[in-house]
Design a protein around this ligand. Structure first.
Ligand code: PPS
Length: 296
């Protein structure tokens, strides 16, 4: 697994108004032509919103809580990222997916405006996971420090300004969460929240089961809740990203499974930053019925 020098720590490339890693832009044709199968299951999210958590849960559900089966590979290989592209040895997500038997689980961080046409035509089920903007900003700041596909994040103050302006990978959090929310009835979509999952994971898994029209024995449900706990996932090499080499994702800078809480933003935002953020947030979110909890 490697990423050539020229693609490391490079500035994002603007693509149809969205900042993306240039590796992803170069691969765009494949993404655009991606063929959805109606029994595909798509996990969509803004980065750092609980995607990996949802991937592990969904793989456990589809495998009926068979823990051994869910240890077959790292979570990012079990649930392939649609727009992911590397060069040399890293295969584009679309290529891996095209060889995968159905039912496929896949994930994306794309804003809904960039979702390939085939999703609208073939209408597979979609699970969107959203997390409050303040904790996402904090989590993505730490991740950008560790991940060479991002430019260096600089100071927290500098990064927070970029986040508010939508100048981070995949663009504006505000636009991402609201545009997926507004379109939730045009797709077969279940919209879930990280904070609700933290509050009562079993309850949220029951929502998933109803959406998937799947029955499950109570003992299996308990196993899934336990396997998807932060502590278990942090210690599980198939979910904690320890299989990604340090020169690509430096876990000494920040572990992938970092804190896994709601409200860590309070340890990062100054009073002034919080006021400025809230003011900007009010303006950007004024037209939506979507609302978030920043503490539980
Ligand atoms: S990525 O890189 O965009 O796919 O990241 P993503 O998986 O969306 O989000 C990573 C954050 O989710 C936290 N996480 C969890 N929280 C609670 N419980 C469980 N089981 C869990 N699994 C992952 C992870 O720790 C990251 O959040 P932070 O705040 O950085 O800890």
């Amino acid at each position: 697994m490697d990423i050539p020098e020229e693609f490391r720590r490079r500035d994002y490339q603007m693509f149809r108004g969205i900042p993306l890693a240039s590796l992803f832009v170069e691969n765009w044709k494949r993404v655009e032509q991606f063929q959805v199968r109606p029994d595909d299951l798509l996990i969509a999210s803004f980065p750092k919103s609980g995607t990996t958590w949802m991937c592990e849960i969904m793989d456990l559900i589809l495998n009926n809580g068979d823990v051994k089966k869910c240890q077959r590979d790292a979570v990012y290989n079990r649930v392939v990222m649609l727009e992911f592209a590397g060069v040399t040895t890293i295969q584009p997500g679309t290529e891996v997916l095209s060889r995968m038997p159905s039912p496929r689980l896949l994930r994306t961080h794309l804003p809904i405006s960039l979702l390939p046409k085939s999703f609208w035509e073939n209408s597979c089920k979609v699970i969107y996971v959203a997390r409050n903007a303040k904790d996402v900003a904090v989590s993505s700041y730490h991740f950008a420090g560790a991940n060479i596909l991002h430019p260096h994040p600089g100071t927290w103050e500098h990064y927070l300004e970029k986040f508010m302006a939508g100048k981070v990978m995949f663009g504006s959090w505000h636009e991402h969460v609201t545009s997926w929310w507004e379109k939730r009835n045009d797709l077969r979509l279940l919209y879930l929240f990280y904070e609700d999952m933290k509050e009562d994971l079993e309850r949220e898994i029951r929502k998933l089961l109803a959406f998937l029209e799947k029955d499950m024995e109570e003992e299996v449900l308990k196993i899934i809740v336990q396997r998807a706990s932060f502590q278990v996932m942090k210690e599980n090499p198939m979910t904690n990203y320890e299989t990604i080499p340090t020169h690509l994702l430096d876990k000494r800078v920040s572990p992938f499974m970092r804190k896994g809480i709601c409200g860590d933003w309070k340890n990062h935002f100054t009073v002034h930053q919080n006021e400025k953020f809230d003011e900007d947030y009010e303006k950007k979110m004024s037209g939506t019925t979507l609302s978030f909890r920043t503490e539980i």
